[in-house]
Design a protein around this ligand. Structure first.
Ligand SMILES: [Zn+2]
Length: 99
């Protein structure tokens, strides 16, 4: 298996759209509804392409998750330590996957 950065798979417009929809589903699983506003969708907002939406959704999801962490574990240093350990483990895994 080639794990060099050059082994990265090129992301297509369809992939960006699928990624954006997947993040939107993550929001839905958390009880928040985002409009179907990607280019070509019923509520097309006209604000950027699928990649822009994917980036925006990921940023919004990151912010939402950070808010959940703060709201859920403020002052609970043991829980926050676990959050940060889990984040570090995940980042290490993703670094290996992405190269
Ligand atoms: Zn939109």
């Amino acid at each position: 298996m080639d794990a060099t950065p050059s082994a990265k798979v090129e992301v297509t417009v369809r992939d960006w759209a699928e990624g954006a929809r997947t993040v939107r589903e993550a929001f839905a699983a958390l009880g928040l509804t985002l409009p179907a506003c990607l280019p070509g969708e019923p509520e097309d907002c006209g604000h950027g392409d699928a990649r822009d939406h994917y980036a925006s959704y990921l940023g919004a999801l990151q912010g939402h998750v950070e808010s959940l962490i703060e709201a859920s574990f403020a002052g609970d240093s043991d829980a926050l330590d676990e959050v940060y350990r889990a984040r570090a483990r995940h980042r290490a895994i993703m670094d290996d996957v992405l190269g």
